[in-house]
Ligand binder design. Structure first.
Ligand SMILES: [Zn+2]
Length: 100
C-alpha cells in the first residue's frame, strides 16, 4: 500500500500523538510544529531492535532526544526513561531558570 507521505502508517497508528508524553499534534498546527515528530524505534536498531511497524512509534523531538538510544523493550519502559530525564531537566529548570 502506498503512502501519501513518509511514515503515514506510523503517524496514523499513533494518531499524531507522542507515544511517550502524549503531546497531541492533531489539534492544531502550532502544536504539531513544536512537537517536531520523529519515528522512534522503541527498541533501538543499534540494540537489536527490528525495523518493523510494531517497533515504531511517533515521538516528539524532546522525548526522542531524551530517550536517545536507551535500550527499551516496551512503550512503558521508554516512557519511564523519558519521564526520569524530564524530571531531571525540570529540577534544573526550577533551580537555574526560575531563580533568575
Ligand atoms: Zn513527547
Amino acid at each position: 500500500m502506498s503512502e501519501a507521505y513518509p511514515n503515514q502508517r506510523i503517524y496514523e497508528k499513533c494518531k499524531f500523538k507522542c507515544a511517550y508524553c502524549g503531546i497531541d499534534g492533531s489539534k492544531n498546527f502550532t502544536t504539531f510544529w513544536h512537537a517536531n515528530f520523529n519515528v522512534d524505534h522503541i527498541k533501538p536498531i543499534s540494540k537489536g531492535g527490528a525495523d518493523t511497524d510494531e517497533n515504531k512509534v511517533l515521538a516528539c523531538r524532546a522525548c526522542n532526544l531524551y530517550k536517545g538510544s536507551t535500550d527499551c523493550n516496551s512503550i512503558a519502559e521508554a516512557t519511564q526513561v523519558v519521564e526520569k530525564k524530564r524530571a531531571q531537566a525540570e529540577a534544573w529548570y526550577n533551580k537555574h531558570v526560575l531563580q533568575i
